[in-house]
Design a protein around this ligand. Structure first.
Ligand code: HEC
Ligand SMILES: [Cu+2]
Length: 378
């Protein structure tokens, strides 16, 4: 293919020269057409497949910041699509207007030494158009950036989010309603109220990114940053770490759950409460739950995990006080159910090789009791 193109090169160059001496063969013409369509096809497929995504989708904004970014994207896409189409059009016209030739036709190199006025004018016009369009894109970019930073945050909800290898710690501060509390991998926010998230990193650089709500913001160890957004409709929006942060970077996701204010407040009240370490209905199941709780405290779990309402107050791993209120475990990697919990606790490294949580050596009965007790942490 490349060799064939090079062979035709002198004839191709002649397109702008408009001399009738050299010829441009039918085969080269067909080849050129194929190449142009070949370039356009992946671009269109790419645009379509991106739009088919639903959970984590910058093209379906759920808030004012993401809408502004989407407007900028549409503008950029339109300008680039028009330029792309115009270039293809000019190319096709040039190919079609060039006279035909065959393999015996002499290459015309002479015309290259005779500069012509028309091509030069075309180049100048295209250069001016490019500069104007590029400045237009820069202006749209700057205006969007300014609009993004102007979102009012007077009565904002403030939370703090810390990126760990490979999960998200979220701290809700104390307020007039009661003390602060921590959750993991699931950020709950009220619809319609601005949210300011203070971003921190515990180990390496991570990036906060929830495409339906806003763009990306780096979380850099030792450097304070924050991001402001607002959800304008209820829903669950997926976020993903967007900076390579080690082996399990791809398994570092989280959910943002945007609820109507009353529902959000109810969630806060339930999260703020310590764990209700329920006893079973029969004394046998009460014994099993009691045993599960004891395994959590006496085993190494409590040295890394907190369950408020028990002596467990470890700070290395996610707070498990209301574990069962969350949709996923291990940062969006597994659905939160007993089966997955048991698998995860038995061998976290099998799910996320490299995770700091060690495999446990519990007997099957003990694991069952532990998972049963974790299942009460609603
Ligand atoms: C050395 C510290 C450490 C120990 C010991 C430990 N864990 Fe973990 N645990 C972690 C870390 C870190 C994570 C987050 C891993 C990730 O998502 O990448 C985690 C995640 C979890 C999760 C998922 C939580 C969520 O919301 O995603 C559960 C459940 C859990 N651990 C239970 C246990 C139990 C039960 C034990 C005791 C058998 C235990 N862990 C022992 C550090 C520890
Ligand atoms: Cu990360």
């Amino acid at each position: 293919m490349h060799a064939a193109l090079n062979q035709n090169w002198p004839r191709v160059r002649k397109m702008s020269a408009r001399h009738k001496v050299g010829r441009y063969s039918d085969r080269s013409r067909a080849r050129f057409t194929a190449i142009c369509f070949g370039a356009a096809a992946p671009l269109c497929t790419c645009a379509l497949s991106v739009h088919a995504q639903s959970v984590q989708d910058a093209l379906r904004p759920a808030g004012i910041q993401a809408s502004r970014i989407l407007t900028l994207w549409h503008f950029t896409l339109a300008v680039c699509a028009i330029v792309f189409a115009a270039i293809l059009l000019v190319l096709f016209v040039a190919i079609w207007r060039t006279p035909r030739g065959n393999s015996g036709t002499q290459a015309d190199l002479q015309s290259l030494d005779q500069p012509q006025k028309r091509p030069r004018r075309a180049v100048v016009a295209a250069t001016v158009a490019s500069v104007v369009l590029l400045f237009g894109l820069i202006l749209a970019d700057v205006l969007t950036d300014r609009a993004l930073s102007r979102m009012p945050v007077a009565d904002a909800l403030h939370v703090e989010m810390t990126g760990h290898q490979w999960w998200w710690e979220i701290q809700y501060p104390a307020d007039s309603g009661g003390p602060g509390f921590a959750v993991a991998n699931e950020l709950h926010i009220p619809v319609g109220r601005p949210v300011v998230v203070a971003l921190k990193a515990a180990d390496v650089i991570h990036t906060f990114w929830v495409p339906s709500l806003h763009g990306k913001k780096d979380m850099i160890p030792g450097r304070d940053a924050s991001i402001e957004f607002r959800a304008d409709r209820a829903g669950t929006f997926r976020g993903q770490c967007a900076e390579f942060c080690g082996a399990e970077h791809a398994l570092m996701a989280f959910n943002v759950v945007a609820d109507p204010p009353a529902r959000y407040e109810a969630w806060v009240v339930s999260q703020r409460a310590p764990a209700v370490t329920a006893s079973g209905t029969s004394s046998a199941s009460a014994d099993a739950l009691q045993r599960g709780r004891q395994i959590f405290i006496d085993g190494n779990c409590a040295s890394c995990h907190t369950v408020r309402g028990t002596p467990g107050a470890g700070l290395i791993g996610p707070d498990l006080t209301h574990l069962m209120s969350r949709q996923t475990i291990a940062a969006g990697t597994l659905a939160n159910n007993r089966h997955n919990l048991a698998n995860w606790i038995a061998n976290p490294g099998g799910v996320k090789p490299g995770t700091t949580m060690p495999a446990s050596q519990l007997a099957p009965d003990d694991l069952r009791a532990l998972v049963a007790w974790l299942g009460t942490l609603k």
